[in-house]
Design a protein around this ligand. Structure first.
Ligand code: NAP
Length: 269
């Protein structure tokens, strides 16, 4: 039996074990996916230990994605993002780092029939997830603007990907102009979080993608009420996990089974 794991701190609420175990079992693989709480200063020990024990591969979540660059040899994409969310072990102790978050977001949009090439996209947020998404969408030909609470971070990210950066005070002007709006902040994860924008600002013909996946956010409800097309964060989670499985096993992952597992887990919480 091959062991896979997600490392994070905290990690007990991770949906990845339910999702990835469902995938492995549907694929007929003799594998088990576990969650381990790993402190940042012990990440090197944990990754080297997993490699030594013959683990099949790892996912990394908050706050370990950046630290992992000191241990894993990143591919071009992970190096450009400065963050690793997938670790694969190769021959001779080789430890490779990948980042599947941006690709997961792109696939979630594409599979929902949303074309990004040539479209005006507003990414709200400039943290880890926003960086991955903004970079991937820019690479896919979207015209990307970034708005963030700390406008300096938005400007830095915009400079890195060839887009424009703003503060949240500009959202009232930016949202109506965008064809696709992505919430890549953590706002909406908790009931009672303040709204980022007035709920009546959205419109028909717009796609609003909120990468928060643990609950239906006010943002998505507002957008749907205004006639916009809405996507929650579950399919991004599923696609980024599916790409991790492809990297580890060379096989396509069963995304429908994974989505069902995630939605069931969320219902039971
Ligand atoms: P992060 O690196 O900590 O970034 C957090 C972002 O949220 C920053 O842009 C931060 O702005 C902004 N923010 C936080 N509190 C805010 C507030 N009260 N008002 C306005 N902006 C605020 O976190 P992350 O890893 O990017 O994750 C962000 C969210 O994406 C989380 O909800 C996470 O669960 C979700 N996520 C989903 C997936 C998926 O597969 N669906 C994958 C990864 C992450 P400042 O820069 O100004 O602090």
């Amino acid at each position: 039996m091959l062991v896979y794991a997600v490392f994070g701190d905290p990690v007990e609420h991770s949906l990845s074990p339910a999702m990835q175990n469902a995938a492995f079992s549907a694929m007929g693989l003799s594998a088990r996916y576990l969650a381990f709480r790993v402190r940042r200063e012990r990440l090197r020990d944990a990754i080297l230990g997993a490699e030594a024990m013959g683990f099949g591969g790892l996912n990394l979540t908050i706050p370990l994605k950046e630290e992992a660059l000191k241990v894993a040899d990143p591919d071009e994409n992970a190096a450009a993002m400065g963050a690793v969310n997938t670790v694969a072990f190769g021959d001779g102790g080789r430890i490779r780092g990948y980042n599947t978050d941006g690709w997961g977001a792109l696939r979630a949009l594409e599979e929902a029939g949303v074309r990004v090439g040539g479209r005006r996209v507003l990414v709200v947020g400039a943290g880890g997830a926003a960086k991955a998404i903004a970079r991937q969408l820019a690479l896919s030909g979207a015209e990307v603007s970034i708005a963030n609470r700390d406008p300096r971070r938005a400007l830095d990210l915009a400079t890195a990907i060839g887009g424009r950066g703003y503060g949240l005070g500009d959202l009232e002007k930016l949202v109506p102009q965008a064809e696709i709006v992505v919430n890549a902040t953590s706002v909406g994860m908790r009931k009672g979080d303040p709204r980022l924008v007035d709920g009546r600002i959205f419109r028909e013909g717009q796609t609003v993608f909120d990468i928060v996946y643990n609950r239906e956010t006010e943002l998505l409800r507002d957008a749907a009420n205004s006639g916009a097309r809405v996507l929650d964060g579950v399919m991004m989670l599923v696609w980024q996990g599916a790409l991790s499985i492809e990297i580890w096993t060379g096989r396509k992952a069963p995304v429908d089974v994974m989505e069902q597992a995630v939605r069931e887990e969320l219902r039971n919480r």
